[in-house]
Structures are given as structure tokens and as C-alpha cells.
Design a protein around this ligand. Structure first.
Ligand SMILES: [Cu+2]
Length: 118
């Protein structure tokens, strides 16, 4: 990548974060508060952390590290809903409103967790 002005770099990183949500989710957190990211790992039939607390505007990326497919579905089934995530797959959602968002895996409904947006 050729050198560019810091702002151009930041804009490019932000654009990639927004567009390439199916990528590896390794977005930089150093770009500024509007590009905040957080991650949830899915493994052993559970979400980790079970409770994730973030600031409004944060994009959360779930990564399935388990060897069976899982989904990420909000309790209301409309706020966010992933398709089946195979091993290594990602799903991202940006939380713009504060509140408590409980979610579960529709394949294994006993898998539950929550995102708290401050
Ligand atoms: Cu599951």
C-alpha cells in the first residue's frame, strides 16, 4: 500500500471495515472512535464473552471457531440475524443505539449471550 495522508488512510480503513464485513474482521481500532470494533468468539457451543459491553457505534464481529455451524440471531429475530456460519465464518453488526441486546443461536437455542450498548 502506498503512503497517503493519515486522513486518507483512515477513510480507506473505515470503508474497508464497512464494506468487507465478510473479511477476516481484523479492523484496526486506532482509526478513531467512529471505527470502534469488538469481537465475539463462538466456540464449544458458547459465545465469548457472554456479555459484551460496548459504546454506541461499535461494530461487533462474531467469528465461529467451533467445528459445527452456528448462527447469531437477536431475540426479536429482526434487529440482526446471520445465516449459518461455518467454521471460520464471520458476521458483523453495528450497534448504533444504546440498550441491551440479547441474542441466541437458532441452531442451538440454549446458546445465549448479550451485547450491552452504552
Ligand atoms: Cu449453535
Amino acid at each position: 500500500m502506498k503512503r497517503a495522508a493519515p486522513f486518507a488512510v483512515f477513510t480507506a480503513v473505515l470503508a474497508m471495515t464497512l464494506v468487507v464485513t465478510a473479511g477476516n474482521g481484523q479492523a484496526s481500532q486506532s482509526g478513531g472512535k467512529s471505527a470502534a470494533v469488538a469481537g465475539v468468539k463462538i466456540d464449544n457451543f458458547s459465545f465469548a464473552p457472554a456479555t459484551l459491553t460496548i459504546a454506541a457505534g461499535t461494530t461487533v464481529t462474531w467469528t465461529n471457531d467451533d467445528d459445527v455451524p452456528h448462527t447469531v440471531v437477536s431475540d426479536d429475530k429482526t434487529t440482526f440475524k446471520s445465516s449459518a456460519l461455518d467454521t471460520g465464518d464471520h458476521f458483523s453488526y453495528t450497534f448504533n443505539k444504546s440498550g441491551k441486546y440479547s441474542y441466541f443461536c437458532s441452531v442451538h437455542p440454549r446458546m445465549t449471550a448479550e451485547v450491552v450498548v452504552q
